[in-house]
Design a protein around this ligand. Structure first.
Ligand code: ATP
Ligand code: LTN
Length: 335
């Protein structure tokens, strides 16, 4: 007889870098889906702090971003009891497996990674080896936990592909060690564009602070940023390719209210941009307010936070250790 309780849930893994203030784009495009996946899947989520130092970070800022990113995951409603939620650098097997994988990855295939090309062009003064081998560390993050699915945005698809290639090659050479993960494209998940240049995605590393909304922004800041958002010349609230600015605002409003695009267009028929921008700003601020309130409670209690991330690391270590040991044995190391 099929018993739902004893049926194995499929495994999901994803990570997020603590490289700045997390934005509305990170929330609607990625983190909201993490929250929604907790019931259906056995989830492992990590703060990818080791990846963050591939670009220069100021130590005090990095430390505070790691805390705040972990606290924010909890504030969003990710349950650390139900899931494994940890900080990447607390589990040494990531860097250790990364070495094994590096020695089974070709320079040529890594040279094709578009993120490396983009980021090295953006930071010509710091084209470090870590930036180059970043996808191998990401492959280790994934393969240690044998996930069935990895939810990633379009910009990370190439990295997931290389993780799959590395795993297939390793398994063929040494025997079955790794599960080959599939990308997970969530049913819902909005691509949020910059409020100042709707042809580019909203990004926390954009120097223009008016182009992005942080999850932890104040209500006043959120409303002000939406008031200033770039819109188009048609002056009507209609979703179409030619009106990228207003279409982006419709996408955002629809994502935070749960209304369809057609419903939003009907609601604002005959009303001006000003009124619509205010409504979007208020709806976003109302959605983010409880998250911000919960975050402020969580971040106040450093002891409790520390307890949670340590427990998360212990759980993660127990899983990662098994895969790492198996891989070491297969390669021929003496354990
Ligand atoms: P950076 O500016 O440092 O490159 P980012 O804000 O673009 O960072 P990432 O850390 O690369 O964000 O992405 C974390 C996750 O959030 C990824 O899954 C990514 O696809 C998703 N994401 C980031 N920005 C957006 C966006 N504007 N719309 C939808 N999803 C997004
Ligand atoms: N590179 C990813 C973050 C990341 C990740 C991972 C995502 C690091 N390790 C493992 C999925 C699985 C990013 O910048 N978004």
């Amino acid at each position: 007889m099929c018993n739902i309780e004893t049926e194995q849930k499929k495994k999901v893994l994803s990570c997020i870098q603590p490289s700045g203030m997390l934005t509305l784009g990170n929330y609607l495009g990625a983190l909201k889906n993490w929250v929604n996946m907790q019931d259906e899947f056995d989830c492992t989520f990590a703060v990818a702090d080791l990846h963050a130092i591939t670009v220069r970070q100021e130590p005090a800022a990095l430390r505070s971003q790691i805390y705040s990113t972990y606290a924010l995951l909890l504030a969003l409603g990710i349950d650390p009891e139900k899931n494994t939620v940890f900080i990447q650098s607390h589990v040494p097997f990531h860097t250790q497996l990364s070495w094994l994988l590096s020695c089974n990855t070709q320079f040529g295939e890594m040279s094709r990674m578009t993120q490396f090309k983009d980021k090295s062009a953006k930071h010509p003064e710091n084209v470090n080896v870590g930036l180059f081998s970043y996808p191998v560390l990401m492959a280790a993050d994934i393969l240690l936990y044998k996930p069935d699915f990895v939810p990633v945005g379009a910009d990370q698809k190439q990295h997931l592909e290389i993780a799959r290639d590395i795993a297939v090659r390793f398994n063929n050479k040494y025997g079955d060690v790794f599960t080959i993960p599939e990308p997970y494209i969530p049913k819902t998940g909005a691509r949020v564009m910059s409020l100042q240049d709707p042809s580019r995605k909203m990004s926390k590393s954009d120097d223009n602070v008016n182009s992005w909304v942080a999850i932890l922004d104040s209500k006043d800041d959120i409303i002000r940023k939406f008031k200033r958002a770039v819109t188009d010349s048609e002056a009507c609230v209609r979703f179409c390719e030619e009106q990228a600015g207003i279409s982006n605002l419709i996408t955002i409003y629809s994502a935070v209210t749960g209304k369809t695009v057609a419903e939003v267009e009907r609601e604002f028929e005959g009303r001006g941009y000003g009124e619509f921008k205010l409504a979007v700003g208020e709806a976003v601020a109302d959605t983010l307010a409880p998250i911000k309130a919960s975050y402020e409670e969580i971040i106040k209690d450093k002891k409790a936070l520390e307890q949670l991330y340590k427990e998360g690391a212990d759980k993660a270590c127990r899983q990662a250790y098994k895969t790492y040991n198996k891989a070491m044995k297969k390669v021929g190391f003496v354990l």
